[in-house]
Structures are given as structure tokens and as C-alpha cells.
Design a protein around this ligand. Structure first.
Ligand SMILES: [Mg+2]
Length: 230
């Protein structure tokens, strides 16, 4: 019997990529669509996902909604920019300490299902994860291609995971993320939540937060704490 499902965010949770992402995102917007002067406080956008931000920016600057080919062009340019950037840095994307080991331990244990839900694009997330030494193949994966709203991306991931692990309903689902939006989504979807990084981000003392996965027992202990709660 599976204990539950753990859904990991990518940027800032499994890999330290937020700064590089922002730089490359701005370059891409400037080059492909001539969009400049972008507000990079993503919490100011209606939907803080790559597809949501892209739609909002595109509409504002181009006066129409994006077509599929606009998105394809955007994502492939963004991916190329990231690839270029990381190539210049020795093809290394930094993992959040201990993240790979925890992920592998959960997968090897077989008691917890594992899923990845990113507000980013599949192509860029996979590039960064592989540069950081992760092997995301075979992990139920949802991205900005699957939905615009973060809660829909997470729900999509849960659906894929249920299929993958052959369960109708997970006894418990715990979301792991570094953003206030990750926490909001977990509450909306009535999931458990473990914050990664700065506790101040979540503005709620009840949220369990760890700086990173350097102490795997601590993380696994928090995970166990959600069993029987939901
Ligand atoms: Mg994140």
C-alpha cells in the first residue's frame, strides 16, 4: 500500500535556477518579441507560471493572444538561451543540497509516489534538471504546457501519478515548494505542504520549512507527519 504522493516543484526547490531563469527570460522576451521593461516580481502577475506570465506579457505588448507557434518560438529560444548560459558555466546547474538523494531515496523506497509539477516549460525544466544530475524520465511530470494555472498543473501531475502508480486516490499528497504560490495551491487543493528555503516567504508559522534537503531524515520525518492528517 502506497503511503502517498510527493509533488515537487522544480525551480528553487530541486535546483537553484531562479536567477539564471530570470536573466534568460528577459533576453528571450527582448529578442523574440521586442518586449522590454518587464516586471520580474512574478508574484505581481495574475498567474505566476511561465505560460501565464507569457500570455500576459504577450497580450500586453503585442495586443493579441499568443498562437501556438508564438509559444513554440518563445520556448525554443528560451531553452537555447539557457543552454548557452549553462554551457558558459561548465554545463552545470546547481541542485538544492540533498535534493537528488532524497528524490532517489523516495523512488527506491517505493512507499511514496513522486511527481514533478513545474510552472516552467517541460523543455527548460528537463534541461536544467539533467544539467543538475537528475534523471526525470519515468517521473510523472506536469508543466506550463499542460495548464496555465498552477493549481491545474499540480492537479494534472496528480492525475498522471495516479495512472503511473495505479492508484485511484493517494492516501495523502504533500506538495514541496519554495514559492508562496506553491503553498497557496497546496491549501486550495487540500494537500500537505513542506516549504523549501526562506521561512519568511510563506508568512505562516504553521508551515514546516527546511532550508534544503541536507538532512534527509528531517524531510522524511516531516513527510511522515502528514500521514493520517488529511
Ligand atoms: Mg519554485
Amino acid at each position: 500500500m502506497m503511503k502517498g504522493l510527493v509533488v515537487f516543484d522544480v525551480d528553487g526547490t530541486l535546483i537553484d535556477s531562479v536567477r539564471v531563469d530570470t536573466v534568460c527570460y528577459l533576453q528571450t522576451a527582448g529578442e523574440v518579441f521586442g518586449i522590454t521593461g518587464i516586471d520580474t516580481d512574478w508574484s505581481n502577475y495574475t498567474t505566476a507560471t511561465d505560460s501565464g506570465i507569457f500570455r500576459e506579457l504577450f497580450q500586453r505588448h503585442c495586443g493579441r493572444g499568443p498562437e501556438r507557434e508564438d509559444m513554440d518560438r518563445y520556448v525554443s529560444t528560451f531553452r537555447a538561451k539557457l543552454e548557452e548560459h549553462y554551457a558558459a558555466e561548465g554545463n552545470r546547474c546547481v541542485e538544492i543540497p540533498g535534493a537528488r538523494a532524497v528524490l532517489e531515496r523516495l523512488r527506491a523506497g517505493g512507499e511514496w509516489g513522486v511527481g514533478i509539477a513545474t510552472g516552467g516549460w517541460r523543455e527548460t525544466a528537463e534541461l536544467k534538471l539533467s544539467l543538475a544530475g537528475f534523471d526525470p524520465t519515468d517521473i510523472p511530470f506536469a508543466s506550463s504546457w499542460d495548464a496555465v494555472l498552477r493549481e491545474d498543473i499540480v492537479s494534472n501531475c496528480v492525475g498522471k501519478a495516479a495512472e503511473r502508480y495505479g492508484v485511484e486516490r493517494f492516501p495523502v499528497i504533500v506538495s514541496v515548494g519554495d514559492g508562496i504560490w506553491d503553498y497557496r495551491v497546496a491549501r486550495t487543493l487540500e494537500m500537505g505542504f513542506i516549504g523549501i528555503g526562506d521561512p519568511g516567504v510563506f508568512g505562516d508559522d504553521r508551515v514546516p520549512v527546511i532550508g534544503d534537503f541536507g538532512d534527509p531524515e528531517r524531510f522524511l520525518g516531516l513527510l511522515e507527519g502528514f500521514r493520517g492528517v488529511q
